[in-house]
Write a protein that binds this ligand. Structure first.
Ligand code: HEM
Ligand SMILES: [Cu+2]
Length: 488
């Protein structure tokens, strides 16, 4: 039982997880609907397809961030005293922002995709009225402000406790030759996410505000290429950071299971510092097709995309293997999912590295190869970590136990998720474009295979969620030990 976390924060974490799991199911159903339409199993209008695609993209990235935040807060509380009010504020702003986004999509027909690439919102505002675009852009702004408040607060806390973000990232050890280990892995990861995601959110807020001004007064315009830079600096980093938050669960839970500590040694710290820097630089791989972007920028985008995820991924996957090796640890729901999530993460990075190669990118970037990549690392990486954490939470805070059905559900989820991403990657291989409501006959079979896989994934998600909610009943029934004082 985590006694250092404030009881109110613990309750809020439950709310975060509950919303995450329910929205996950709904968004997965949206995913299946899209595939069934592309696979000609059902027929929806293109306009509905794009509305659903916008909701699916925004919703999935949103809940991955929400679930990741729950993980971050829960474990960071062990080392740094945190005020639950901030977690609640972020939650309220999240729900407000999401409601505005849903109103934009389902009441005012906004369907420009979660990346709201300028000047699409301005154009759709002309076609369907400004309300949709205004609701969507302001909803995203509200959501972003919630996260920005959270990160500013965390930055202040880490500074108070560790003497700055640099120290939290272990600069003392890397640069000043200090001996020993750095701060706990949860602190290192948090510092990284604060730096990268605040940058992302500021870029996002700038382009959102500019887009809104442009819709209200079209005389004020913005350079579309600059807008694209800001948009992808936001979208790429924000989506990336979901895994850097969720991975904290791996650092905390595997050591607990194996009774071997996960120490932040020098290699680990250097890896996290490299990823901090690279994550900020590589969004330009989204602009490889824009000839007006200076060549040197694209080369940076390419070279560092190769390098970006690798340091942290390698130290984490290798660390996970080493910590588990011959440890006789107990394999249950949480430990298996965290272990499998390493596989999802590594497997998901491979197609991305291929796609980040400029020559390949010209051919592949707008194909389903790309959804194939990010569904692998998000579905089998981030989401697997979040679901693993849900179980761990109930086990640690309550008395949930591993059952046969859990083994079955994990197998179901991973087997069919492989089917889904396999169908995406294959479709990419035969040049099926991404984001097309309707597909040519030669692509339809892969869509159908994906749709069938998706149905079983939804089934698995429903069982996971039912298990989570039933396990919650035991939470709080544990008698806490005499109160120990938390770290300052
Ligand atoms: C049952 C599981 C899922 C199914 C069936 C599914 C299906 C789809 C489909 C069909 C698309 C559009 C592909 C196209 O461009 O033609 C898509 C896009 C997307 N999905 Fe999923 N998905 C699933 C799970 C997830 C998960 C777990 C995440 C992330 C946590 C996710 C995030 C996204 C994002 C960000 C997009 C991009 C939307 C855009 O292009 O604007 N999906 N998904
Ligand atoms: Cu990217």
């Amino acid at each position: 039982m985590n006694e250092a976390i404030h009881p109110l924060a613990k309750k809020t974490v439950v709310w975060y997880l509950a919303v995450t799991s329910l929205v996950l199911i709904l968004m997965m159903i949206f995913g299946v609907i899209m595939l069934m339409n592309q696979g000609e199993m059902i027929r929806i209008t293109p306009q509905w397809f794009y509305k659903i695609m916008t909701a699916h993209g925004t919703g999935m990235v949103g809940i991955a961030a929400l679930g990741g935040t729950a993980i971050l807060w829960y474990f960071l509380s062990k080392y740094v005293k945190l005020n639950p009010a901030i977690l609640i504020v972020n939650f309220v702003l999240f729900l407000t922002g999401v409601s505005m986004v849903l109103i934009a999509i389902f009441v005012f027909d906004f369907s420009d995709g979660w990346t709201f690439l300028f000047p699409l919102p301005a154009q759709s505002a002309k076609m369907y009225g400004a309300a949709g675009a205004v609701f969507f852009l302001s909803g995203m702004l509200v959501l972003g402000i919630g996260f920005l408040i959270l990160y500013m607060y965390l930055a202040a806390r880490l500074t108070a406790v560790y003497g700055g973000l640099g120290k939290a990232l272990g600069w003392d050890i890397i640069f000043r030759g200090k001996k020993g280990y750095g701060p706990p892995a949860a602190v290192v990861a948090t510092a990284m996410v604060i730096i990268t995601n605040s940058t992302a959110l500021l870029a996002g807020a700038t382009v959102l505000a500019a887009s809104l001004v442009n819709i209200i007064n079209p005389a004020v315009t913005m350079d579309p290429l600059l807008a694209k830079h800001l948009t992808y600096a936001f979208g790429h980093i924000f989506a990336n950071c979901t895994i850097y938050m969720a991975v904290i669960a791996v650092y905390e839970v595997l050591p607990e299971y194996t009774k071997r500590p996960w120490k932040a040694n020098k290699v680990f710290l250097i890896a996290w510092n490299c990823s901090t820097l690279f994550t900020l630089m590589i969004y330009t791989h989204h602009l490889l097709m824009d000839f007006a972007v200076p060549k040197w920028m694209l080369i940076i985008g390419q070279v560092f995309s190769y390098a970006n995820g690798l340091p942290v991924m390698v130290v984490t996957a290798y660390g996970a293997l080493m910590i588990v090796y011959r440890s006789r640890m107990q394999w249950d729901f949480a430990s298996s999912l965290f272990f499998l999530s390493m596989f999802g993460w590594v497997a998901g990075a491979i197609p991305a590295i291929i796609d980040a190669t400029i020559v390949v990118n010209h051919v592949m970037h707008n194909t389903k190869w790309v959804p194939g990549h990010f569904h692998t690392y998000m579905g089998m990486g981030v989401v697997a970590m979040i679901i693993g954490f849900m179980y761990y939470f109930n086990k640690t805070e309550g008395n949930q136990e591993h059952r046969g059905i859990d083994t079955f559900t994990i197998a179901l989820y991973f087997a069919f998720f492989m089917g889904l991403v396999g169908s995406f990657l294959y479709a990419g291989g035969i040049s099926a474009p991404r984001r097309w409501a309707e597909h040519l006959p030669q692509w339809v079979l892969s869509d159908q295979a994906g749709a069938v896989s998706g149905i079983f994934i939804v089934l698995a998600a429903i069982i996971f969620t039912a298990r989570f909610f039933s396990g919650l009943r035991s939470v709080g029934s544990k008698v806490p030990y005499p109160k120990k004082s938390a770290a300052s």
